[in-house]
Design a protein around this ligand. Sequence first.
Ligand code: NAP
Length: 290
Amino acid sequence: MININGHTSVYGIIGRPIGHTMSPAIHNMISEAMGIDSVYVPFAANDDLGSIVRGLFSLGVKGINVTVPYKTDIIYELCGLEQMALDIGAVNTLKYTPNGYYGYNTDIIGLERELKDERVLLRGRNVVILGAGGAARAVAFLCASKGAASITIVNRTLNKALDIRADVAAYANKTGLYQLSSNIYAVTIKEIGSILYDDCIAFQCTNVGLSPNDDACVVHDLGFYKRVSVGIDLIYKPANTMFMQYVRSAGGVSHNGLKMLIYQAVSAYEIWHGVVVPEVVIYDIERSLQ
Ligand code: NAP
């Protein structure tokens, strides 16, 4: 049990809505397991991010996670941010500094750590990303930075997929990934049959299939699933989504987004506290959330 006292440092998460968040459970479990005197609380935010950030800063809140819908707008309230967060255009972790809050994107670090755990290598692979929201954008940049051979973004609203394509292509050109920059595609869900590649890694980054809509899936085309050897659904509730079931029925391997969620929290915790969270603590958290 956390013993809150006058020295306890305060961390938290802002978002709207915020009632569903699992971050307080994860962060407080880590503090308890590691004996660190800190507490993590949810803050239901209104849209006045300037006032919120100034208030949290003047109260000395040491670190803040940011969730939907503020991951982009929060950037204007920061004193600086790491390069990858700047390239993606989204921040989910703020660290207190004397000059203001500094921003990071630990969603991308969380997914990278999940993929390492599951031994999924992106180098030289053809990637399909379903969705073009904030999570899909982070996934696209991770795939580019890890040397994917091609990236196809599939979204209901084509313009959003085209935006990500343009930004990832600019990043690929800037970082010398010239071959990738000419192999980034944006298509609508109806055009999914036009995907050029077999043996793809597919990331499910839409809200479709999220609890309580467990039976929903953004793509039902069985021909598509035959091309997928590994499918990662960013959704973690339910644990076995319809997308994952489709992937496995077609002979592929599938994973959900629980490890990504835990690792983005662990990475934020490590940035804030300057510690390494032991594997055994991460394992215990994963078991308690399953
Ligand atoms: P977002 O920015 O709101 O994007 C939502 C995406 O879902 C958009 O591409 C949207 O398409 C698509 N979509 C929504 N309803 C749809 C429908 N009925 N049919 C087709 N497409 C639909 O959300 P986000 O932040 O990217 O999050 C997306 C998912 O990833 C959520 O389920 C979230 O829980 C999960 N996630 C998990 C983690 C983790 O740590 N595991 C981290 C971040 C996010 P349009 O553009 O056409 O509207």
